[in-house]
Design a protein. Structure first.
Length: 82
């Protein structure tokens, strides 16, 4: 009978970082960096490199979008007040 190898366990930080990148982009980006360090460690058999990579990309883009939003909001706010 043929036995199949169990699928590799997904890195928990990569998964949490991917989810957090949509809600709190800077936190997702930081968690993704830590996940990539864990995944790149010698002897680590976990999967999740793609999740960590996309969490970094989404975290960076989301952070820039949030910064742009806050700059625009403060600009409109101070024009209305002043």
């Amino acid at each position: 009978m043929t036995q199949y190898a169990a699928p590799a366990k997904t890195n928990l930080l990569a998964l949490i970082g991917f989810i957090a990148a949509f809600m709190i982009p800077p936190a997702g980006m930081i968690l993704a960096v830590f996940a990539r360090r864990q995944l790149d460690a010698p002897g680590n058999a976990e999967s999740g490199r793609g999740l960590a990579r996309w969490a970094m990309v989404i975290g960076i883009l989301g952070t820039f979008a949030q910064l742009g939003f806050f700059i625009l909001w403060f600009s409109v706010f101070f024009q209305a007040v002043g």
